[in-house]
Design a protein around this ligand. Structure first.
Ligand code: NAD
Length: 494
């Protein structure tokens, strides 16, 4: 089996230690690839190359926005040509249904095109400052931050990479990128594309390896100017601590336990369909998953009946065959999810459907868990408090709007949330009260390259996508030009 290598300073190289790691297809439990397993030493080499590319040659950051934009468009075009291969690779590696992986690739292509356009837009400002120092022209310019370390999770392998790489490149930075070791394959294909379009040597680097070695080095190395991380809140904390040494900029896109609030006046059928998307899309391995359904008591029974009948009818199988849901990403993760299910049962939640590993037919192999609904949940239960990151949803009820909002906000997280109602004023009131970075009304999960993505509270800080996603990768410089050279303004009058 060929060994997929790291990409450092424009070369495909094995890990310095010679170590490799096997990549497993979660639908079949088969080894599908072997990759270089880098460590801190490999990360240091990549950081050195990225530093030289930025501060030494500076070729990429000095290119005009127009030229950087052209390269981003070329990347998008190459991804388009390899769309099927990219999608199939994420399905093999992560398990998700192929049509969902294809959607990810399309979003990723669009993301490059979006930032290719945005980087050419006017930016900065001209400031009408006072003339105490004489007449001044004051304006701002945006500059790249420098060497950006980027670390991603396994749930959207390609998309999470592109949300970081596209704006960072558009802004003119150098990159050291580390994918999750569980799902590195589509990142390798992406780097083949970055290599193909001829970015300057050292401008983009891929280092595969564990979080504790490669990730830790990226977060603490003094030559990294910024680290952006998508992953769990627990690791996000470690990153923030490691980054403190040189006070590098930090962006954190972390976990969630998002409320999906449903009022009795909602279109109930629609709410059921969106709730399905909210919790079972991508096997529930979604940071913004609507994992806490908070529903008005009077319609709970009707809602649960419909939701559970839809969930029971879901097909599970190999993602390549486009079932409703694929396997969970790994055996370890499946066991974590099953353990949460057992805790929920032990703490007194009522399992309405699912709640077990599924092994029928082609699922005899692979890490499949049936879509699971827990009723009679309370805010003190582990299943309501902690992120499960799987196809498991809890149900809580309320009688008043105030109670609904209180339950929705009763969490350490603040990534997302939704409200279902036909009362427009109530929708606006509840949206204003939910402490989360993304909220939906009468839908769940739609996400757009054009709009900012990120969390409140322990779901992190910083934003990806939209103009904010670009600005995260930029410094702002103030420039003041003396329009009367030789004059000293009020200094002269002293
Ligand atoms: P994780 O935190 O275990 O790992 C994420 C990445 O961090 C991986 O590449 C891992 O190797 C690396 N890592 C682990 N320990 C590290 C350390 N000490 N220093 C540096 N890097 C380290 O997360 P995961 O299990 O891969 O992904 C699931 C989590 O990601 C969930 O909590 C989910 O909510 C979150 N997530 C958030 C968003 C968002 O936009 N907010 C999007 C997707 C996933």
């Amino acid at each position: 089996m060929a060994i997929w290598k790291n990409y450092i300073n424009g070369e495909w190289v094995p890990a310095l230690s010679g170590k490799t790691r096997k990549v497993i297809n979660p639908a079949t439990e088969e080894v599908i690839a072997e990759t270089a397993e880098g460590n801190a030493e490999d990360a240091k080499l990549a950081i050195k190359a990225a530093k030289e590319a930025f501060y030494g040659t500076g070729e990429w950051r000095r290119k005009s926005a127009q030229m950087r934009s052209d390269v981003l468009l070329q990347i998008a075009d190459e991804m388009d040509k390899r769309r099927n291969e990219l999608a199939r690779t994420d399905t093999l590696d992560n398990g998700k249904p192929l049509r969902e992986a294809e959607g990810d690739v399309d979003d990723a292509i669009h993301c490059f095109r979006y930032y290719a356009g945005m980087i050419k837009a006017p930016y900065g400002g001209i400031y009408d400052v006072n003339d105490a120092f004489g007449p001044m022209h004051s304006y701002t310019i945006h500059e790249p931050v420098g060497v950006c370390g980027q670390i991603t999770p396994w749930n959207y392998p390609l998309l999470m990479a592109v949300w970081k790489i596209a704006p960072a490149l558009a802004a003119g930075n150098s990159i050291v990128f580390k994918p999750s070791s569980i799902t590195p394959l589509s990142s390798i294909l992406l780097f083949e594309i970055l290599d193909h379009v001829g970015l300057p040597k050292g401008c983009v680097n891929l280092v595969m390896g564990s979080g504790g070695t490669v990730g830790q080095e990226i977060a603490e190395n003094f030559d990294v100017d910024m680290v952006t991380f998508t992953g769990s809140t627990e690791v996000g904390r470690e990153i923030a601590k490691a980054a403190i040494g040189n006070l590098k900029k930090v962006g954190l896109e972390l976990g969630g336990k998002s409320p999906n609030v449903i009022f009795a006046d909602a279109d109930l059928e629609g709410a059921v369909e969106w709730a399905m998307v909210g919790i079972f899309f991508n096997q529930g391995e979604v940071c913004s998953a609507g994992s806490r359904i908070i529903i008005e008591e009077s319609v709970k029974d009707k809602f649960i009946e419909r939701l559970s009948s839809r969930a029971n009818a879901m097909t599970l199988g190999n993602g390549l065959n486009n079932p409703d849901m694929g396997p969970l990403v790994s055996e370890e993760h499946m066991n974590t999810v099953l353990n949460y299910i057992e805790i929920a049962k032990a703490e007194g939640a009522t399992c309405v459907c699912g709640g077990y590993r599924y092994t029928e037919g082609e699922c005899a192999k692979g890490y499949f868990v049936r879509p699971t609904i827990f009723d009679n949940c309370t805010s003190d239960m582990t299943i309501v408090k902690e992120e499960v990151f799987g196809p498991v949803v809890t149900i809580q009820t309320f009688k008043t709007e105030e109670e609904a909002v209180e339950l929705a906000n009763d969490t350490i997280y603040g990534l997302a949330g939704a409200v279902f109602t036909t009362d427009g004023a109530r929708a606006l009131r509840v949206v204003k009260e939910i402490r989360a970075g993304i909220t939906w009304v009468n839908c769940y999960n739609p996400t757009f390259n054009e709009a900012p993505w990120g969390g409140y509270k322990m779901s992190g800080y910083g934003r990806e996508l939209g103009i904010h996603g670009l600005e995260e990768y930029q410094e702002i410089k103030q420039v003041n030009i003396n329009l009367a050279p030789g004059k000293l303004g009020w200094y002269e009058e002293r």
